[in-house]
Design a protein around this ligand. Structure first.
Ligand code: GLU
Length: 346
């Protein structure tokens, strides 16, 4: 629950920080904005946050801001403050948080203890090389370069004490499909046993993995609706399994959006140029211009449903009024050279 946080939540940002929301009604759900401070927010990240926020404000969900900083080696100094600055600049606001995952490890540990006690997790110190060598038919996982953990490496399943938090622990993935309905992507059926196998829920750094921390924190914070990029559809299936194993049901409602890609069809990244929001901010690009491009990507005022809309400057209030999930193009959104020119005033 939101109130169970150890640290008192900081006050939500006031009107000066960009709150443009309509008057609040009794909440109909809870969602979260969950940036990771592993790099600077780029246009693709902001597109997802803006859609998430707009759906929340249209539908009366509370918004929790959660900083997902457990991928410690990849955290960049200053990235959290920068993310907050970008979100506020764009006009987004939130009702609770920021909660910082690394500051509240106890619930993660308790969940890990529960999995171990139920015989649903085991310590595993095998290296990637050892796992690859044992995988009979090395295969790429659906998320790129993940190795499918072979069930032959699983030790006998038995209740265990979680007495070794400086070793990785893996979750026992059942050999079955996981089904859920995604509001944007439609009905899903995925089989994590085939795409990843037993996955890591606790890292040798002594922290919960992303999968475990997300599930525990979503449940604690009462999250009912998750909106994020569709690169996490496979993760959603893993998360449903963890939710069931931990008895945290029901799972939240999911809405996974197609990613923004470069002209080469690959996910927006440094190779497509510098699309960090801080760069545009430093160059004096107005938020309205960026929001106008995001609106175009989301099909606002598109000639036909599911197509791009025209690029036109928009305030966050206008975008909030105009944005509809049903208008967002079904395929990946391409960030073009013309988009960049337009952002820079062309
Ligand atoms: N923190 C993750 C990210 O920035 C989002 C994870 C999630 O929404 O579950 O990609």
């Amino acid at each position: 629950m939101p109130g169970s946080s150890d640290a008192p939540p900081k006050p939500a940002p006031g009107p000066e920080s960009g709150a443009q929301s309509p008057p609040r009604r009794a909440p109909t759900g809870i969602t979260r904005l969950a940036p990771s401070p592993t790099g600077a927010l780029h246009l693709g990240n902001l597109r997802t946050f803006v859609v998430n926020w707009a759906l929340a404000r249209q539908r009366g969900w509370r918004v929790v801001l959660r900083i997902e900083d457990l991928d410690t080696p990849r955290n960049k100094p200053g990235a959290t403050d920068e993310a907050l600055r970008v979100l506020r600049w764009a006009g987004l606001d939130w009702d609770e948080g920021p909660f910082v995952q690394s500051r509240e490890p106890r619930p993660h540990r308790e969940a890990m203890e529960r999995l171990a006690r139920s015989g649903l997790a085991y310590p595993c110190a095998l290296t990637r090389g050892q796992i690859e060598a044992a995988a009979s038919a090395p295969q790429e996982g659906a998320e790129g370069h993940e190795v499918v953990f072979p069930a032959s490496l699983r030790p006998p399943l038995e209740p265990r004490a979680f007495d070794d938090p400086s070793t990785s622990w893996r979750f026992v993935v059942p050999e079955r499909a996981v089904g859920f309905v995604d509001e944007f992507a439609g009905p899903q059926s995925r089989c994590p046993a085939r795409t990843i196998g037993d996955f890591v829920v606790w890292t040798a750094r002594g922290q919960a993995s992303y999968q475990l921390a997300v599930v525990v924190d979503d449940a604690r914070q009462g999250v009912t609706h998750i909106v994020r990029g569709d690169d996490l559809l496979d993760s959603a299936a893993r998360q449903v399994l963890l939710i069931e194993a931990l008895g945290l049901a029901p799972p939240p409602a999911y809405c996974h959006l197609p990613l923004v890609v470069g002209a080469d069809g690959r996910r927006l990244a440094k190779r497509h140029g510098d699309t960090r929001l801080t760069r545009y901010m430093d160059m004096g690009v107005r938020a309205e211009r960026v929001l106008g491009l995001l609106g175009a990507w989301c099909g606002v005022e598109a000639p036909r449903s599911g197509e791009r809309g025209p690029r036109r400057e928009r305030s966050i209030t206008d975008l909030l009024a105009a944005l509809a999930l049903s208008s967002i193009p079904r395929g990946a959104i391409v960030f073009t050279a013309e988009d960049e020119q337009w952002l820079l005033g062309g």
